[in-house]
Design a protein around this ligand. Structure first.
Ligand code: UN1
Length: 504
């Protein structure tokens, strides 16, 4: 463990503010990063002050003035080198993710792979930041649109994807010509520092500084200053709906833009004609993967009444077989929850579920070992139970039988969140119904695949309380740029649009 930290340039105590390189002195206290597998201290981080935050943003604003004028494909070349650097450090960075947030080894490595993938995507994108051209209604006029960078982009990330969610934003923002200031979760500051250092080395080698800044600070001082800061035209934030509501409101008030990726309450519908072996695996990974701490985690399974009696016992057996333990050990499927508070939240949600008429079919207990381990739970529930409408960031799966597909889609949509959704079916008609305008209301809708594990190539995000933002692939890059419409007159007359004459 110490080797991994040392190889990634982490010390016992690390500065928490970086404008390119670390800022010296005058920090605002410290935070310890704990390993959720045993709650031992991994290393400490000195918390940034508002003054240090200010310095990081000033540096990013200074760097922006030059970065925006570097041709996009040249910015892409630097991002290509970052992809290479991340490839070289993948194993260590992935291991650090496992140590700091408890993801099993494959998921820690997979997360860094997502960062590499989005960097590769951004390299290609750097030659494709296309605008449209249109035919002007006036003779000898040319009309087109072009996309310009926005400025300094603020990125706020959650603990559960401490490396990749930053990369989804930063790699796109960088090729778009923006500079980035990152405020990571205080529960995963070491992964942020290590990730920043890997990319920063590439920038420095290319003669750049301040393109990526990092500020590890408190929500009340640094966070509040950041969302009010008019130097940041865009705040991209991943986290709880409560946090997103605050950010969205403050940023809207100053006419900034926000890109919000908030809570999910994702359901899988299993039709009676589904391939149940496939559905079982999809539900298992979706519900138990990352110990239920993805925003795309499967939280509800709606099962057709004809196959309910067959599928539920299979799920219970699979849950019993899940190996819980050291995330870095071979064969572990379930690591710890992020902290003791998360264990309490898990227990509270289960008591609420039981009080509301739910029945725990399997799991639900703390595991008797150091660290924040729990047994993933399955609860037989009803769609109208209040707890089923909440996102509990823990491995609790609510199962319920339904009669008709229409009813299942209604139940699936009848929650405040709208991130991800799936149907398992071999019926073309059911699949298309689910994907139609009268089907899933979520940003992501899958057929015969679970709700989590989205690829970077698609736009990622969701509706309603999920916040409406789209990150990652497709044309999500447009969120990091401003559109300019240009009309050029190359004639000797000045015809006006709409046929207006205005001569003296
Ligand atoms: C998140 O949990 O914040 O679809 C993101 C997935 C991942 C991203 C999850 N690609 O599970």
């Amino acid at each position: 463990m110490r080797d991994v930290l040392a190889r990634l340039g982490l010390a016992e105590t690390n500065p928490g503010a970086y404008a390119g390189a670390a800022l010296e002195g005058g920090y605002a206290g410290r935070v310890e990063s704990l390993n959720p597998s045993d709650n031992a201290v991994l290393a400490a981080v000195e918390l940034a002050t508002v003054a240090q935050y200010d310095k990081v943003v000033s540096e990013a604003a200074r760097a922006y003035k030059e970065w925006r004028m570097l041709p996009a494909p040249k910015r892409g070349e630097i991002v290509r080198q970052m992809a290479e650097a991340l490839r070289e450090r993948k194993e260590d960075l992935g291991a650090l993710v496992s140590l700091e947030v408890g993801k099993i080894r494959a998921e820690g490595q997979g997360e860094v792979q997502e960062s590499i993938d989005i960097a590769d995507f951004a390299v290609g994108l750097s030659r494709q930041l296309y605008g449209l051209s249109m035919h002007s209604e006036r003779p000898r006029h040319r009309m087109y649109e072009q996309w310009h960078p926005l400025g300094v982009v603020g990125v706020i990330t959650a603990f559960n994807f401490p490396n990749a969610v930053w990369a989804w934003n930063a790699m796109l923002a960088a090729v778009c010509g923006d500079t980035v200031v990152w405020k990571p979760s205080l529960k995963a500051p070491l992964t942020a520092i290590a990730t920043h250092k890997v990319c920063e080395q590439v920038l420095a080698k290319n003669g750049w500084s301040g393109v990526f800044g990092l500020v590890i600070g408190g929500d009340k001082d640094v966070g509040e200053t950041m969302i009010h800061d008019t130097r940041l035209p865009l705040i991209s934030a991943t986290g709880s709906t409560r946090m997103g509501r605050r950010i969205g409101t403050v940023v809207a008030e100053r006419f900034g833009r926000s890109l919000l990726e908030l809570g999910g309450n994702n359901a899988i519908i299993v039709e009676k004609d589904a391939d149940l072996a496939l559905a079982l695996r999809g539900v298992l990974f979706g519900a138990v993967g990352t110990a239920g701490q993805r925003c795309t985690t499967t939280r509800r399974v709606l099962i057709h009444k004809d196959v309910y009696g067959e599928l539920v016992p299979k799920l219970v057996t699979a849950w019993k077989q899940c190996r819980i333990g050291d995330p870095l050990a071979e064969g572990t499927l379930v690591g710890p929850l992020i902290d003791a508070q998360a264990v309490e939240t898990f227990e509270h949600a289960l008591s609420a579920a039981v009080a509301q008429g739910g029945k725990i079919l399997v799991g639900g207990k703390r595991v008797d070992r150091p660290g924040n381990f729990v047994e993933p739970a399955i609860v037989e529930a009803r769609a109208d139970m209040a707890i089923c409408r909440e996102e509990t960031f823990a491995p609790i799966l609510y199962v319920m039988p339904y009669d008709t597909l229409e009813q299942a889609i209604d139940w699936q949509n009848d929650v405040p969140q709208g991130l991800s959704s799936s149907i398992f079916t071999d019926s073309f008609r059911s699949a298309e119904t689910f994907l139609s305008a009268s089907g899933s209301d979520c940003g992501i809708a899958n057929v015969n695949i679970g709700t989590s594990g989205a690829e970077i190539g698609g736009a990622f995000g969701g509706e309603k309380e999920t916040g409406g933002g789209r990150e990652s692939g497709s044309d999500a890059w447009k969120a990091y740029m401003r559109r300019q419409t240009n009309t050029l007159n190359w004639g000797r007359d000045l015809p006006l649009a709409q046929g207006i004459t205005f001569d003296v």
